[in-house]
Design a protein around this ligand. Structure first.
Ligand code: PAF
Length: 282
């Protein structure tokens, strides 16, 4: 496994790896868990070589968010990636990603605007900008992202399509289903912020979502079901609910009634120091 921190050597290594066949990219901010390792395993099935990027991207953190405290267990991350059969770790230094004078922003309107985009202004500009740069740097044939960040995946698909970054020009984008703990909680690097008591209560999130989905599927009134879901989370010890919405799975437009088009229930809620997000197909 080669670990590269600068762009010039990256180019040569990528060129070499691509001689063996398709190269897959799994972009991460490190603090790896089973969800990331599942992306790596899927990538290994699809490609001859897997590159994983590790970069805690300051542009996607808002003022007062957890940039400084975001976990950075680098040695452990590298061990996991080596054991996972990764060929290349792209871990650019800050000045390599955003050199002095850096002034370009990628903003994806529409799908970025609501939900996490409203709660975290500028977040998806930061994500779209860094993912666009990662695609240009690594030039992968395919890239894999977790469906846990459904809105992020939607923004990245839109960005890649609009900027001609998808095949035949560049990467195919794969969404990989969310990996969950035994009690249903979606795996996330931010689960590390939960105390044991909060961690136990956090399982109410997927449970309440499953309950709401069952009631909606039974013909329940969508607004009432979403209201009950929010009440269930507050009763379970969540401090607040940023949003709980039924949305069109592709456009993220809000739905007030279940239709035949694929729909998704998306929720963000705060417990202790953590802001947890989750989504499920309806
Ligand atoms: O999902 C993440 O870990 C990040 O948002 C990503 C896609 C690596 C961009 O920094």
């Amino acid at each position: 496994m080669q670990i590269v921190e600068q762009l010039v050597p990256l180019r040569g290594i990528v060129e070499q790896l691509r001689q063996d066949g398709p190269l897959a990219l799994v972009p991460t901010m490190g603090a790896l868990h089973e969800g990331h390792l599942t992306l790596v395993r899927e990538a290994r099935v699809l490609a001859a070589h897997v590159a994983v990027s590790i970069f805690v991207n300051p542009r996607q953190f808002g003022v007062g968010e957890d940039l400084a405290s975001y976990p950075r267990p680098r040695a452990r991350d590298l061990e996991l990636l080596e054991a996972g059969g990764v060929s290349l770790v792209w871990a650019p230094e800050m000045a390599e990603m955003y050199p002095p004078g850096y002034a370009t922003n990628v903003a994806v309107s529409g799908v970025s605007d609501r939900l996490c985009g409203a709660a975290r202004p500028g977040h998806f500009d930061g994500v779209a900008t860094v993912v666009c740069k990662l695609f240009n740097q690594v030039q992968p044939d395919l890239a894999l992202f977790g469906e846990k960040d459904w809105q992020q995946l939607t923004v990245i698909r839109r960005m890649a399509h609009d900027l001609d970054l998808t095949r035949p020009y560049a990467a195919d984008i794969y969404g990989v289903p969310t990996v969950r703990e035994a009690d249903g909680l979606a795996m996330s690097s931010r689960n590390a912020y939960l105390t044991p008591g909060e961690r136990a209560r956090a399982a109410a999130l997927p449970q309440a979502m499953r309950g709401a989905i069952a009631r909606i599927a039974d013909g329940g009134d969508v607004t009432a079901c979403l209201g009950e879901l929010q009440q269930a989370l507050l009763a379970a010890g969540f401090a607040s609910v940023d949003y709980a919405e039924l949305c069109d799975a592709d456009t993220l437009a809000p739905l007030v009634a279940k239709s035949d088009a694929p729909a998704r229930l998306l929720v963000a809620a705060r417990i202790g120091k953590a802001r947890l997000i989750d989504n499920m197909a309806v």
